[in-house]
Design a binder for this molecule. Sequence first.
Ligand code: ADP
Ligand code: GN1
Ligand code: MG
Length: 358
Amino acid sequence: MGTGTDKKELLNHFRLEGEVVDVKPHGSGHINHTFLVTTSGTKKYILQKINTDIFHDTDGLMENIVNVTSYLRERIVQAGGHPERETMTVIPTKEGDYYYTDTDGCDWRVYLLIEHTVSLDHAENAEEFYASGLAFGRFQAQLADYPAKTLHETIPDFHNTPKRYLAFEQAVEEDVCHRAEAVAQEIAFIRARKEDISVLTDLLQKGELPLRITHNDTKLNNILLDADTHEAVCIVDLDTIMPGLCAYDFGDAIRFGANTAAEDEPDSNKVSLSLELYQAYAKGFLEGCGEQLTPKEVETLPMGAKTITLEQGIRFLTDYLQGDTYYHTEREGQNLDRCRTQLALVADMERKWEQMQL
Ligand code: ADP
Ligand code: GN1
Ligand code: MG
């Protein structure tokens, strides 16, 4: 995997201030390998091994991130903010590149650590979740005029739910790990909702919903909060910034942050949608997005929550059926537990559907 690589030697290729003192694993992301780098200088850094099994074009990926953060930086400066705190800073290599390929062919990048922040795996209270909704809404509003054509599609069809469904059916059919029989209930649950899967993508195709520049991975741990006040400071994990549906960005935050249980909770009876957290996030997100949203977009936000939760259940189950090759896992059955929490959340959303309307 290349994560055992000599990190100090690796970091020597980047323009860091000070000598590297310590490198240790950091965060709870499912995709990249992330490390916190401490130096003898005043700055700390984030080192990441980019998951190139998933992101096939590191040049395009890093170009997106550098261009989007430069664009955001200008706006933050204009607004009198702190660009090194409110957006990510990519640290170049000594050759001036935005990533470094090691001798094993693995790609690594370095960001400035945004200090005195925390990222949470569950919302501690409604105010905090409101603040993250506001920040993700503002993020979308800030990028409203960003030139969409210049963005590389880092993962094709990332939130194309009908295609995710087809990939799932194929995984059931191939059943390479002989796991399908034991998850017949989950498969049936998903199949029973086949019609829901294309509701939003159909509206997009018919021109009833616009494409926006979206983050596409709006879970709570992809936002850094001030360590003392828990106010939103910076949105991170910009790997999947691409044109997408506003409702999906809304929904992805809900499926993770408004769930009363952890994403991988083994007891899915603990799963439910907290309406208090749901409403708080919706309030923040709508405020943050501002005037730009069309009435149809606002109307379809609850459907975004349901669709992306179902999509995520489908994605976790597909990975489980394929032998857990996509998401990082720490234990057997973790992707199946993750799938079950998503499906239980969909079921609870169906029960609370009337109350979810905005
Ligand atoms: P993954 O794609 O694996 O989720 P992320 O880019 O989200 O990787 O990084 C993992 C975690 O590392 C984030 O959830 C966040 O807590 C932390 N993190 C990432 N970038 C920074 C940064 N520049 N400063 C501080 N923390 C960061
Ligand atoms: C992954 O990278 P991370 O952990 O922030 C995934 C998201 C999923 C999420 C589920 C590139 O997000 O799409 O919603 O796990 N990212 C990618 O927790 O696939
Ligand atoms: Mg992440």
